[in-house]
Design a protein around this ligand. Structure first.
Ligand code: NAD
Ligand code: TYD
Length: 348
């Protein structure tokens, strides 16, 4: 038996992690704590919501009284912490919201975990989910390794870097067992259509412009979300205390090349003439502080824990496109009035 708190489980990556743990470990009690911001959606977990080992707790990780009461009641053995504000463009508009949830919220959880177990952390674990963006930007060559210096450039990455430091500090100062993983860009089903791939899928469906920032020559490493969830399961069970593991897809793409590939796939799926979606590409004003290139060296998790991505980018993208096309209701539900006003502000 284990009582595990997963934060942010109604979001994109969190929902895949919750599903994997609930289905794979019927003897674990999985509690999903999520405040259901614009990015959180219980529709993502419809298929497992009635499982006996799953519970949903609605609440804000910034609310220390609430978080402490939940820890007092459930005495979680482990925390897998994914709740966060996660979109770079939103962090440029409202940096403080990112400090609140990503820094203060993480601190609230760390304190609640520390106060629950005091000095007896036997078989306990605080697993913090982070991003490769904390390392800043690479030039045309090189890869991020676990010891690359932190050099965040956006309010989002600065808030995630700060939270990573606090997790480490609690490990050193209070002896709290922890692991941190820093992952590259995820894609797949259930991603909110503000991030590049689902935004562009939605725009192609609706014949809207595809706003490529700058010249499109920015590079990201892409990982299929279910492979990230598998990596999290592995690190949770086999990762070494106080270690960081980088997770990546061994899969670098320039934005413009990725967008063209996506356009070709969408043309095929929608039965449109080859080249139709590419005509929607529009180069727009660049994102301020736009990181040129992220690329992960994931050889530590590969060599020490035996993890590798299970699908190729072609396969993952195909699954993703098909999922969005056959889940139009999900897509239409999340494109609410709030999404429309975000879109207007960001792109017009
Ligand atoms: P997401 O934005 O899709 O989901 C975030 C979830 O957290 C939502 O369900 C939201 O309701 C919840 N949440 C936000 N603020 C909260 C609060 N104050 N209290 C409780 N719940 C709150 O994010 P995601 O893309 O699934 O990312 C999950 C984690 O993985 C984040 O920590 C992110 O930094 C990290 N990460 C994401 C990526 C990526 O490509 N998406 C890559 C690497 C790391
Ligand atoms: P995004 O999905 O926001 O992830 P991140 O900023 O965390 O890497 O963006 C991925 C890349 O796509 C990034 O280089 C910014 C670019 N991008 C666009 O060109 N246009 C857009 O409308 C968006 C959302 C992103």
């Amino acid at each position: 038996m284990m009582n595990i708190l997963i934060t942010g489980g109604a979001g994109f990556i969190g929902s895949h992690v919750v599903r994997l743990f609930v289905n794979k470990y019927p003897n674990y009690d999985i509690y999903n704590l999520d405040s259901l911001t614009y990015a959180g959606n219980l529709e993502n977990l419809k298929d497992i919501e009635n499982k006996p080992n799953y519970s949903f707790i609605k609440g804000d990780i910034n609310d220390s009284e609430f978080v402490n009461s939940v820890f007092k009641k459930h005495k979680f053995d482990s925390v897998i912490h994914l709740a966060a504000e996660s979109h770079v463009d939103r962090s440029i508009e409202d940096p403080l919201a990112f400090v609140k949830t990503n820094v203060i919220g993480t601190m609230v959880l760390l304190n609640a975990f520390k106060n629950t177990w005091k000095d007896d952390f036997d078989n306990k674990l605080f697993y913090h989910i982070s991003t490769d963006e904390v390392y800043g930007s690479l030039g045309q060559t090189g890869l991020f390794i676990e010891t690359t210096s932190y050099d965040p450039n956006s309010p989002y990455s600065a808030s995630k870097a700060s939270s990573d430091h606090f997790v480490r500090a609690y490990g050193e100062t209070y002896g709290m067992p922890y692991v941190i993983t820093n992952c590259s860009n995820n894609y797949g089903q259930n991603q909110f259509p503000e991030k590049l791939i689902p935004l562009f899928i939605n725009n192609i469906i609706n014949n809207k412009a595809l706003p490529v920032y700058g010249d499109g020559n920015y590079t990201r490493d892409w990982l299929y979300v279910q492979d990230h969830a598998i990596a999290i399961d592995l690190v949770f069970h086999k990762g070494k205390n106080k270690e960081t593991y980088n997770i990546g897809g061994f899969n670098e793409w320039k934005n413009i090349d990725l967008v063209k590939l996506l356009c070709r796939k969408m043309d095929v799926e929608l039965g449109r003439k080859n080249g139709a979606s590419e005509e929607l590409i529009t180069f727009v004003k660049d994102r301020p502080g736009h990181d040129l290139r992220y690329a992960i060296d994931a050889s530590k998790i590969k060599n020490e824990l035996g993890w590798m991505p299970s699908v190729t980018f072609e396969q993952g993208l195909e699954k993703t496109v098909k999922w969005y096309l056959s889940n139009e209701e999900w897509l239409n539900n999340v494109i609410s009035g709030q999404y429309q006003s975000y879109y207007e502000k960001q792109y017009n």
